[in-house]
Ligand binder design. Structure first.
Ligand code: NAD
Length: 381
């Protein structure tokens, strides 16, 4: 069968779902590989590199979508792309089916199969396909780099002939995949790093990454953010008050605040409020990784960098992985390649769409003219 990646159509998206390296691996699974001309350019992969890796370069999106059986993409398809899907084709991309119900209906109506990379179950066996995690890891790293780029001082403390420089103090709010990556990056740059999460079980992970866990003066049993599947649930009003009180106490001390707090299916909780920004020192930086879901910071403007009246920079970019397109394309295309390996048990270039397999079933949101979302809960942990 034939697999190909088109150029991403959303403005500013620099990632690509197939790299020359992933194409070589896909060929080992028996697939013939195709790419739309220029699709990898913004991520640093020229047409020539694809050709050297045995990939056929096609000169338009229409030619690509028409030629291949499996389309690998990063972003959910736009309406014009869904129109290019036909019965029997398989689309693999981020899809967010809960938010994109009309798009899912439209894809179903084409009779094609849709595998949503954001729906890969977060079980051990599927970690190699967990694109949410691979992109969150990059976002967490890049958030620190972006903070450093907007911060006028060193992260690490220094004693120099020209004077003594104190280390920067960094607070990470939310210690999921992105938060832990941010902790690791900030710590490795020499900052004194603090982190908070509603799930107390992450305290050990936070401390093992070199940060200090911010404890609340609140009964442990009430710190009940943990819900099924390791995700957070909304906090009680009392818990939230304690959390905000703690943040108010920390705000004047912190040079950099990176917020990553999310609760599945809800808008991002507001945790870094206007008065906390006002209490920060001029030159401090807030990077809000939750900007796409409304932001954790009151003053965040999605997709923009703004400066508050007291000189605090608030970064609300929503495209952190795309800002490291070479790295993120490499990891994302590897996630896709692993998904294809599971879909190709015979390594013969033939997809076997086994709906009895928890991972394939979980990620498949449309199959042979039916919507297959939401999936039943996985049987395997
Ligand atoms: P996420 O992006 O949904 O949320 C980010 C973090 O924000 C979470 O740690 C959450 O607890 C925290 N948060 C929510 N409300 C908060 C608040 N009010 N204050 C402070 N923090 C708040 O999280 P994620 O990165 O997708 O990870 C979610 C879970 O999934 C974690 O337990 C993670 O370990 C787990 N996970 C498992 C696998 C696997 O394969 N087994 C893979 C990836 C993630």
């Amino acid at each position: 069968m034939k697999i190909g990646a088109p150029k991403e159509v959303l403005g500013g998206e620099a990632r690509v779902a197939m790299t020359p390296d992933s194409a070589l691996q896909l060929q080992k699974l028996g697939y013939e590989c195709f790419i739309e001309t220029g699709a990898g350019l913004a991520a640093g992969f020229s047409d020539e590199r694809y050709k050297t890796a045995g990939v056929t370069v096609l000169d338009s999106a229409n030619a690509l979508w028409g030629e291949v059986d499996i389309i690998a993409k990063v972003r959910p398809p736009v309406d014009a792309e869904v129109k290019l899907l036909t019965k029997g084709k398989t689309l693999i991309s981020f899809f967010y089916p809960a938010q994109n119900t009309e798009l899912l209906e439209a894809a179903k109506a084409t009779g094609s199969n849709v595998i949503a990379m954001d729906m890969v179950p977060r079980i051990s066996r599927a970690q190699k396909m967990d694109a949410l995690s691979s992109m969150a890891n990059i976002a967490g790293y890049r958030a620190v780099i972006e903070a450093g780029n907007n911060f006028g001082r060193f992260f690490t403390g220094q004693v120099t002939a020209a004077g003594k420089v104190p280390p920067a103090k960094v607070l990470i709010v939310g210690a999921g995949v992105a938060g832990l990556a941010a902790i690791g990056t900030a710590t490795s740059l020499g900052a004194i790093t603090y982190a908070f999460d509603v799930r107390p079980e992450v305290a050990e992970q936070i401390e093992s990454m070199g940060a200090e866990f911010v404890y609340l003066d609140f009964e442990e049993k009430a710190q009940d953010g943990a819900a099924t599947g390791g995700y957070a649930a909304p906090s009680s009003p009392e818990f939230r008050e304690k959390q905000l009180e703690k943040f108010r106490e920390l705000a004047p001390e912190m040079d950099i605040v990176i917020t990553t707090a999310l609760i599945p299916g809800r808008d991002a909780p507001k945790l870094w409020l206007k008065d906390m920004v006002e209490a920060m020192k001029p030159g401090s930086v807030v990077v809000d990784l939750a900007a796409e879901r409304g932001g954790n910071c009151d003053l965040t403007v999605p997709d923009q960098k703004v400066v508050s009246d007291n000189g605090v920079t608030i970064v609300g970019y929503t495209d952190f992985p795309s800002r490291m397109a070479s790295q993120s394309s490499t990891l994302y295309s590897t996630n896709i390649r692993h998904m294809m390996a599971d879909l190709t048990p015979g390594k013969d270039g033939q997809v076997v769409h086994n709906m009895e397999d928890d991972v394939i079933r979980g990620a498949t949101v449309a199959f042979e003219g039916e919507i297959t979302f939401p999936p039943p809960p996985p049987k395997v942990k």
